[in-house]
Design a protein around this ligand. Structure first.
Ligand code: ZN
Length: 292
């Protein structure tokens, strides 16, 4: 099931994608299913209600006619609203560690992006006046569906509500050239965290460590890899980070990027106004954002 969040006249809504239609879960369930996505993700009853409605909508064009709109007419938002945390892995693909001048780390390298940098599919990535080295990074991200602390790797996958695509936009001049390396600032400019186009529930992803991922700019493929190349896998990541902080429903965790980023190319290929970035993860979808 693909869970979407979108704009409507009554404010943001949560829906599911049934074929090429977006089914309004709140309306189709007569209000039983919450309109806030993170409330849906942590509520198992609402999730199974949503799944039933999704299956009926696939079979019943009338239900789609009453409560759904064609996807192309829907204005999608980032699929989670106001996550408490956006956590990222650095150097989680060997080829990207090498192009960044690092060896493979022997523990996960963790940093955060401020949640205020989150934007949705179709929103613009705005180039800041103070940076000339704005870069793209395609990543598989997962969304937590349950609260948890000190989660053992063997139980970690049960904390995942779904998967999405995240573009870890990065100002390399802040990240690497400012005193001390300003990772938080370089990764957290407004609009530097496109997420979407939707959340795919775990039942549709047979193995999150076996998904092709690509990033293209203006149609040219610049990153192309597979999540099987991740150095630290999702269960280890969850065990590692949940020793430090409590994972909350709606938290977003991005699992790192492969080689091919603009900084690692000769000559470097940084984002310019007018570019269109398309980040794709197999079985999830494509997240597109223009650069302004
Ligand atoms: Zn990254």
């Amino acid at each position: 099931m693909k869970i979407v969040r979108y704009r409507s006249q009554e404010g943001p809504r949560t829906g599911v994608l049934a074929d090429d239609s977006v089914l309004d879960l709140g309306k189709a369930s007569e209000g039983r299913i919450p309109t806030a996505t993170w409330e849906l993700l942590r509520n198992e009853t609402a999730l199974s209600d949503a799944h039933r409605l999704y299956e009926s909508a696939l079979e019943d064009p009338e239900l789609r006619g009453e409560f759904a709109a064609p996807l192309e007419e829907v204005d999608l938002l980032a699929p989670v609203e106001g996550p408490e945390k956006v956590i990222c892995l650095g150097l989680n693909y060997l080829d990207h560690a090498e192009e960044s001048g690092h060896e493979a780390p022997d523990e996960p390298v963790i940093f955060a992006k401020l949640p205020s940098s989150v934007i949705g599919p179709g929103d613009d990535i705005v180039l800041p006046a103070v940076s000339e080295k704005v870069d793209y990074e395609v990543e598989l991200a997962f969304i937590a569906g349950k609260q948890g602390k000190d989660i053992p790797a063997g139980k970690a996958m049960g904390y995942i509500a779904g998967y999405t695509v995240l573009n870890d936009v990065s100002a390399r001049d802040y990240q690497h050239e400012k005193p001390g390396g300003q990772w938080l600032l370089g990764k957290s400019f407004d609009t530097f965290c496109p997420i979407g186009p939707w959340i795919v529930t775990p039942d549709e992803i047979e193995d999150p460590h076996n998904l092709e991922l690509t990033c293209s700019v203006n149609g040219e493929v610049l990153q192309s890899s597979d999540t099987s190349n991740m150095l630290f896998r999702i269960p280890q990541i969850i065990e590692y980070i949940s020793r430090v902080f409590t994972l909350q429903p709606g938290d977003v965790v991005a699992t790192g990027t492969p080689a091919g980023v603009g900084m690692g190319r000769t000559p470097p290929r940084y984002l310019q106004s007018g570019d269109e970035v398309a980040c794709t993860v197999q079985h999830i979808g494509t997240l597109r954002n223009a650069v302004k």
